[in-house]
Write a protein that binds this ligand. Structure first.
Ligand code: NAI
Length: 299
């Protein structure tokens, strides 16, 4: 495989091999930007069906990028990505970005496994979590100094921000190297956050989204009017309910739960309407219905 670019992550050794855990909305996006940057990418999913779906998600996104002229050859980029189900395939990765479901127990279990499996010298274990304290994941490993948060935004190929979140135990030199990797290799803009639930952006965004859900729940305004108000009145590219649908209502609720758990402030408490929609499987864009309907001729 050809790896035209890389960055100096460990003692002058250029990063060539990245691993991603999870190939959902975010994992596929992280894999895509990594492969587009020329890295060799291994993505691990939890089942063959999920791996197949993840690979198709990647292929479709790359085809769109090629059609828009953003990349010359989608097939060549896809060729740099392996989507597999065996976690052992991550053994030689220099950096692994975890992007599985926003569930603390699942992530803690995975970090314990990654710690045993990923044996490349000085390999870094990063999490794309939106809200789970990085320290909870770091202490599940024997190398907390090499664990940090690397929080991308959806859609990853489009949005340029990454939040870098070192825990109290992260080696500052590791954080600096990962910052350089995100900036120079992946072409992202990096902001720095302390290890508090929600980091910078979600700590501000989630209360806003929940307020919009409460407006709909109380009958105060329709989703269309709330969203149009923000698009036309505040020049937001999309309104809060369309954004919640894009993020995924399950993920939005999970992030709110973590923020509420951490701060115990009512503004972070998920409204019952959001919880019932998640119970009903109305997860937003990814399930075809949330505050809006998606698919055939809609949105
Ligand atoms: P998703 O539900 O689209 O994808 C999660 C994927 O992880 C699924 O494909 C699932 O099969 C897989 N998975 C679950 N357990 C696994 C395991 N043990 N090993 C391997 N794969 C496993 O969720 P999404 O939206 O991609 O979120 C992933 C992470 O990214 C979460 O921590 C979330 O908080 C974070 N995040 C989400 C954003 C969003 O806008 N959706 C934005 C930034 C971060």
């Amino acid at each position: 495989r050809v790896t035209p670019v890389g960055c100096h992550l460990q003692g002058g050794v250029s990063v060539k091999k990245i691993g991603v855990a999870g190939c959902g909305l975010m994992g596929a996006g992280i894999a895509e930007v990594s492969a587009r940057a020329g890295l060799d990418v291994v993505v691990v999913e939890s089942s063959q069906a999920a791996a197949d779906a993840g690979r198709e998600r990647l292929a479709a996104s790359l085809r769109r990028a090629e059609a828009k002229g953003k990349i010359p050859d989608a097939a060549a980029v896809l060729d740099r990505i392996d989507v597999v189900t065996d976690l052992e395939a991550l053994a030689d990765r220099e950096i692994v970005v975890e992007a599985i479901v926003e569930d603390e127990a699942a992530k803690v279990e995975l970090f314990g496994k990654l710690d045993r499996i990923v044996t490349a010298p000085d390999a870094v274990l990063a999490s794309n979590t939106s809200s789970i304290p990085i320290m909870k994941l770091a202490v599940a490993t024997s190398r907390p100094s090499q664990v940090l948060g690397l929080h991308f935004f959806n859609p990853v190929p489009v949005l340029s921000l990454v939040e870098l979140v070192p825990s109290l135990l992260t080696d500052p030199e590791v954080a600096e190297r990962v910052r350089g990797f995100a900036r120079d290799t992946l072409g992202k803009h990096v902001i720095h956050s302390q290890d508090r639930a929600g980091f910078v952006v979600n700590a501000l965004l989630i209360p806003f989204l929940l307020s919009a859900v409460r407006m709909v729940e109380s009958g105060f305004a329709t989703p269309e009017d709330v969203d149009e108000g923000f698009v036309r009145g505040c020049a937001h590219p999309q309104g809060p309910l369309a954004l919640a649908d894009l993020i995924g209502l399950d993920t939005t609720k999970a992030v709110a739960d973590s923020l509420y758990e951490e701060f115990k402030e009512p503004l972070y408490a998920p409204p019952p309407l959001l919880a019932r929609m998640v119970d009903a499987g109305l997860l937003g864009r990814k399930s075809g219905r949330g505050f809006y309907r998606y698919g055939e001729g809609r949105r």
